[in-house]
Design a protein around this ligand. Structure first.
Ligand code: FAD
Length: 332
């Protein structure tokens, strides 16, 4: 096992644009690598993506493993998995981290299976156990009622996925340089098995919920789909995005992609308005990383007030229009 050294982060890119979760993982990976007294590397796959290498260094990687081929222009499981597996076998990292995005979830499962190693999905915490050097992979279990810490004792690399916005964004150091290692992988012409004909970009704003800086979220206390218009107005004035608790989504007031929480999206905005939301643990795990939390609730004992930066006790039908009017006045 001691042959395996270093922490790797899979750098996810689409059409040359890197998913921000990759930078967040480089931040988390830096701490892990420092604790292991090892190096931090990014592994970058794609077609003509060399220009991204300096960005990977800037976000803290000591090394970049680069695999370029026309086959890797669009993500397909088979060639991406085979290329990553080959690089891992050749260079033997101790830890491999991926974002828990649609792509990362698909790729991590295929790679872990091919390598015969363990994979912990949707981690909310990563740390090194000092005496053993094991990666402590923490994630909610049993419906969020317990936090489980999982170890991969007998196989390497130790693999984990982390959802976007769970880890803080590290600072970027312009001009920071590292080492570049090109990994040669030969692909068969028909290896991809599927052809990408066109990529249609989703225009739905909620898809970017995890990157939103201002979020106005409503819960069961909002009472109806029509009442969400008041929240929409507040979001409009602030240039923010709507979101919902599971109770509001289950009531059909907003579509499922707007749901924040354990079974929804994890968000880390600058401001999060929680309106008519009680503050159940499954909701809190998805939004407690917000810089500022403003809670509006007519129950002074609602648990949301325990984590709120500002708590307003009152009926949202009075409080929200008053906030909207005040912000409109100040922002005009
Ligand atoms: P409630 O708990 O019913 O709270 C409504 C609040 O509105 C109350 O505090 C009330 O005082 C207040 N209110 C009522 N009227 C007004 C008014 N006029 N003005 C102001 N305030 C008012 N939940 C999620 O959100 N996201 C998840 O991803 C998620 N995943 C889950 C996964 C599992 C396995 C389980 C078991 C549960 C999950 N839940 C999730 C559900 C979670 O446990 C709660 O049931 C849910 O978050 C409650 O939503 P809520 O706060 O909107 O509703």
């Amino acid at each position: 096992m001691s042959k395996f050294q270093g922490v790797w982060v899979f750098i996810e890119q689409l059409a040359g644009e890197v998913a921000p979760v990759s930078w967040e993982l480089l931040g988390a990976g830096r701490t892990l690598a420092d604790n292991l007294e090892g190096e931090l590397a990014g592994v970058l796959l794609g077609h003509e993506v060399k220009h991204l290498v300096s960005e990977v260094w800037a976000y803290g990687a000591d090394k970049v493993y680069l695999i370029e081929d026309p086959v890797l222009q669009f993500y397909r499981t088979a060639p991406y998995a085979r290329a990553l597996v080959q690089a891992v076998k050749e260079y033997q990292p101790e830890i491999l981290l991926l974002g828990a995005t649609s792509l990362g979830r698909d790729l991590s499962g295929a790679v872990a299976t091919a390598l015969g190693t363990g994979l912990t999905a949707d981690c909310t915490g990563l740390a090194i156990q000092p005496e053993t050097r094991f990666l402590e992979q923490t994630r909610p279990a049993f419906g969020g009622n317990v936090m489980a810490t999982i170890l991969c004792r007998r196989h390497r690399p130790q693999m984990a996925t982390v959802r976007p916005r769970v880890m803080p964004m590290p600072s970027r150091r312009e001009g920071r340089r590292g080492e570049l290692v090109r990994v040669d992988v030969t692909f068969d012409a028909d290896e991809a098995r599927a052809e990408v004909i066109e990529i249609i970009t989703e225009k739905n704003k909620a898809v970017y919920l995890d990157r939103a800086e201002i979020i106005v979220a409503g819960g069961r206390g909002v009472g109806s789909k029509e009442n969400f218009a008041l929240l929409e107005e507040l979001a409009g004035v602030l240039g923010g995005t709507l979101a919902a608790s599971r109770a509001a989504v289950e009531a059909g007031w907003l579509p499922p992609e707007y749901q924040v929480g354990q079974t929804g999206v994890t968000v880390r905005p600058k401001i999060y308005f929680a309106i008519g939301i009680s503050g159940a643990i499954q909701h809190l795990v998805g939004m407690q990383g917000a810089d500022v939390i403003v809670a509006v609730n007519n129950d002074p004992d609602a648990p949301i007030f325990k984590i709120a930066t500002y708590g307003i006790v009152g009926d949202f039908r009075e409080v929200v229009p008053a906030l909207t009017a005040e912000f409109r006045l100040r922002l005009d």
